[in-house]
Design a protein around this ligand. Structure first.
Ligand code: F6P
Length: 325
C-alpha cells in the first residue's frame, strides 16, 4: 500500500448522471482507508479560486440517486495554460493535497495529466460523460441514464408521430460522437440514424422515407446526433423537405438528456469506478483512468483517452436499418 495522505476530488466538464454516486464512493472508500478528502468546487476553476469543502461520510449521504454533481462543474480555460496549473499546484500543496481524483471526460484528464507531470501530484481519472466517447473504457458514467431519458422522449414522440402519420427529426446530444444516437435510434426503432462518424447522405434518408411510404409506413423517426451535420436535426429536416415536400416536425432534446436520477446501471458503475480510483492511488498508481473492459475493472494511461478516438459500434446502424424496415 502506498501512502495517500489527502485526496482532492473534483468533477469537471459536462455533468452526467452518476457523478454523485462516484463522489460518494470515492469519499467513503478513502475515509474508510484513513485518507482525508477535500472536495474542490466547480472543477479546475474552483481549484484556482481555492473553493474547498471538507468531505465526511455524512456529506455524501442521500446523493446516490441525484443527477448533476454536488461539487458543481465547469469548463476551465485557464487550466490549459502552464501558469494556471502552476498556481493550482501551489494551492494544492499549501492545502496538503497530494493526490487528485477528477471525474469527467478527456478534457479533464488532460488537465490531470499535466498537473501530475509538471508538479508531481498523483492523479486518477474517472470517466463520466453522457457521450460514451472516451477510449480505453467500454462505458462511461451517465451514458445509460442519458440513453434512457432520450428513449423515453422518443417513445412519446412516436405516439404522436404515429397518430398524425408524421415525419419526425429528433436531435440528441453528441457533437463528435454518435454513440448516444445509435443506442437510442436502435432502441427507439428509428428509420434512420445520422451520426458524425458517417457522412450524412440526405438522398438516402429521402429514399428510406419514400420507400417506407410505398410499403405502407405512416410515420418516421429520424434520430440525428447534434454533430452529424451543420445545423443538426433542423438542417436534416429542411434537406428532406426540399427533396420530398413532406411535412415534418423537429424535436431537439437538448440538456434534458444530461439531468435526472441515474439508472441502476450508472449508480453501480459509478460506485465501482469510484472505489477503484481510490484503490489505485493506494496501490501507488498515478496518471491513469479507471476503466471497464468486458465488465472488468482496469487502469489505462490517461494519454490513451486523447491519443485515440473511441471506436463507434457501427454494427448498430445495420441492426437498426433492418429492424426498422
Ligand atoms: O457533456 C457532453 C455534452 O453533453 C455533449 O453531448 C454536448 O455536445 C455538450 O456536452 C454540450 O455542452 P454544453 O453543456 O457546454 O453546452
Amino acid at each position: 500500500m502506498s501512502q495517500v495522505n489527502h485526496i482532492g476530488l473534483l468533477t469537471s466538464g459536462g455533468d452526467s448522471p452518476g457523478m454523485n454516486a462516484a463522489i460518494r464512493a470515492i469519499v467513503r472508500t478513502a475515509l474508510a482507508g484513513g485518507t482525508t478528502v477535500t472536495g474542490i468546487m466547480r472543477g479546475f476553476s474552483g481549484l484556482l479560486d481555492s473553493e474547498f469543502v471538507e468531505m465526511t461520510p455524512r456529506s455524501v449521504s442521500n446523493i446516490i440517486q441525484l443527477g448533476g454533481t454536488i461539487l458543481k462543474t465547469s469548463r476551465c480555460l485557464d487550466f490549459y495554460e502552464t501558469e494556471g496549473r502552476s498556481r493550482a499546484a501551489g494551492i494544492l500543496k499549501e492545502k496538503g493535497i497530494d493526490c487528485v481524483v477528477g471525474v469527467g471526460g478527456n478534457g479533464t484528464f488532460r488537465g490531470l495529466n499535466l498537473l501530475g507531470k509538471e508538479h508531481g501530484i498523483r492523479v486518477v481519472g474517472v470517466p463520466s460523460t453522457i457521450d460514451n466517447d472516451i477510449p480505453g473504457t467500454d462505458i462511461t458514467i451517465g451514458f445509460s441514464t442519458a440513453a434512457n431519458t432520450a428513449l423515453e422522449s422518443i417513445d412519446k414522440i412516436r405516439d404522436t408521430a404515429a397518430s398524425h402519420d408524421r415525419l419526425f427529426f429528433i436531435e440528441v446530444m453528441g457533437r463528435h460522437c454518435g454513440a448516444l444516437a445509435l443506442e437510442v435510434g436502435l432502441a427507439g426503432g428509428a428509420e434512420a440514424i445520422l451520426i458524425p462518424e458517417v457522412e450524412v447522405d440526405l438522398d438516402r434518408v429521402d429514399r428510406i422515407v419514400r420507400d417506407g411510404r410505398q410499403r405502407g409506413k405512416g410515420s418516421f423517426i429520424i434520430v440525428v446526433a447534434e454533430g452529424a451535420l451543420e445545423g443538426g436535426a433542423m438542417a436534416a429536416a429542411k434537406g428532406i423537405k426540399e427533396r420530398t415536400g413532406v411535412d415534418y416536425r423537429v424535436s431537439v432534446l437538448g440538456h434534458v438528456q444530461r439531468g435526472g436520477s441515474p439508472t441502476s446501471y450508472d449508480r453501480t458503475l459509478a460506485s465501482r469506478m469510484g472505489r477503484e480510483a481510490v484503490v489505485a492511488l493506494m496501490s501507488g498508481e498515478t496518471d491513469c483512468m479507471v476503466a471497464v473492459v468486458c465488465n472488468e475493472m482496469k487502469l489505462v494511461p490517461l494519454s490513451v483517452t486523447w491519443a485515440e478516438k473511441k471506436d463507434t459500434n457501427l454494427e448498430l446502424l445495420g441492426v437498426a436499418e433492418i429492424t426498422a424496415s
